[in-house]
Design a protein around this ligand. Structure first.
Ligand code: SF4
Length: 101
């Protein structure tokens, strides 16, 4: 009977080098580095759409009223800079980011 070995760190965070030295708070630190949470005050969105231009993989607009639709409230790290740009460009300043980087 064979033994199946699974690197559980790879299951949680694909792309992480399994040979990277681990310590007690390794996973905690990696999760914090990756975390971004987006919230939008929908009552103040004016439908300008600049967020969609800056980060089209994360924001879309409602066909009816043009208001923002957040496609991914916790986007992956490769979208973080685009999301920060969207928050900077938003004329209504309604995109709020929680980050632990
Ligand atoms: S840029 Fe701001 S105001 Fe314009 S659609 Fe996006 S969230 Fe709404």
């Amino acid at each position: 009977m064979g033994i199946l070995v699974i690197h559980f760190r790879n299951l949680l965070l694909p792309g992480i080098n399994p040979d990277e030295p681990a310590d007690d708070d390794w996973l905690y630190r990696r999760l914090l580095e990756e975390l971004m949470k987006i919230t939008v005050d929908m009552d103040k969105c004016i439908g300008a759409g600049l967020c969609v231009v800056a980060a089209p993989k994360v924001f879309s607009q409602n066909d009816d009223d043009g208001l923002v639709i957040v496609l991914d409230e916790t986007p992956p790290a490769d979208q973080h800079e685009a999301v920060r740009e969207a928050a900077r460009l938003c004329p209504a300043l309604v995109i709020k980011l929680q980050e632990d980087e």
